[in-house]
Design a protein around this ligand. Structure first.
Ligand SMILES: NC(=O)c1ccc[n+]([C@@H]2O[C@H](COP(=O)([O-])OP(=O)(O)OC[C@H]3O[C@@H](n4cnc5c(N)ncnc54)[C@H](OP(=O)(O)O)[C@@H]3O)[C@@H](O)[C@H]2O)c1
Length: 279
């Protein structure tokens, strides 16, 4: 299957990332799957900061033989490690597991819940960038006010916000903020972790378009601009199909119909005690 070229998103701070990525969580044979994803044409990988996943991603990249410079590699620092020393150690350990000297994008994964001052974490994030361990930096699961604080307190510019986004969740406020602030929006759970798959509206659009339901959901995200979804899949057919979303467009009416699917209970990742007050 020939793959249409993947567009690039550019943040105000100059971070260029492929407009679709690959999620790597909960993949049993992560290394093999990452190598297969590279062969299919994926160049943007979001690696969870867990040992098994990062090791798998590192091994997969090595096995595929694609040059490191041609891959946009992302990892995160978990909320337990947001104090300066722990942060630096977490970055070092991630780089070691990923078998690389740098990541292209480093996220703070969730806001602190142990009272660690945001300024301390932002200082540690900027330090990783200044030391060349992260080319670009960003925050994940921060609300708009927290992201504004992070941008103000960070000595280096932020390039991305990562948050959940799919047709069952209204993220219009966050997306508008990202556009204004010049941040790339990275959409996790872009297929609603499978919850979308019985949706009649998506199924009907997919049928008329001759596309799969997942492709329509991903197209709806990328067509909004400034969004890079990171679908996760262990199925080679699905992996290939998710890349084929740049060769068709949805009409304005179809886009609106999908926007109208948002529901108040659409959010999936909402850990009690850790999630901020969402916008
Ligand atoms: N930062 C955070 O707090 C956070 C939170 C949650 C997730 N994430 C990241 O986001 C990534 C994606 O989220 P997710 O895994 O929760 O959910 P998701 O990508 O929305 O959904 C994954 C499910 O969709 C299926 N799928 C994928 N592509 C498909 C296709 N083209 N056609 C049909 N089915 C398809 C997969 O099954 P098959 O394997 O059978 O294809 C899997 O069951 C994760 O890997 C993780 O890295 C980050």
């Amino acid at each position: 299957m020939a793959t249409t070229p993947i567009p690039t998103l550019t943040s105000k701070a100059g971070c260029k990332m492929p407009a679709i990525g690959f999620g790597t969580s909960q993949l049993g044979n992560c290394g093999e799957i990452v190598a297969a994803a590279l062969k299919l044409g994926y160049r943007n990988f979001y690696s969870e900061g867990t040992s098994a996943t990062e090791k798998g991603v590192g091994e997969g990249i090595k096995a595929a033989g694609v040059a490191r410079k041609d891959i946009f590699l992302i990892t995160k620092v978990s909320h337990e490690y947001l104090k300066a020393d722990a942060f630096a150690k977490s970055v070092e350990e991630s780089l070691e597991r990923l078998q690389t000297d740098y990541v292209d994008l480093l996220f703070v994964h969730w806001p602190a819940i142990d009272g660690t001052p945001l300024a301390e974490t932002m200082g540690a994030l900027a330090k990783a960038k200044r030391e060349g361990k992260a080319r670009h930096i960003g925050v994940a699961n921060f609300n708009i006010a927290m992201t504004e604080d992070a941008m103000r307190l960070c000595p280096e510019p932020l390039s991305a916000l990562q948050a959940e986004y799919h047709p069952y969740l209204d993220q219009s406020k966050v997306l508008a903020f990202c556009r204004k602030a010049g941040l790339n929006f990275m959409a996790y759970c872009p297929l609603g972790r499978g919850r979308l798959f019985k949706d009649a509206v998506l199924a009907e659009i997919a049928r008329t378009r001759g596309k799969t339901l997942a492709q329509v959901a991903l197209r709806w995200l990328v067509q909004q601009g400034n969004i890079a979804p990171i679908p996760r899949s262990a199925n080679p057919q699905h992996m290939a199909e998710s890349l084929q979303v740049f060769d068709f467009s949805l009409t304005d009416a179809e886009m609106k119909k999908i926007h109208a699917l948002a529901r108040p209970d659409g959010r999936i990742a909402n850990p009690q005690g850790r999630a901020p007050k969402w916008d």
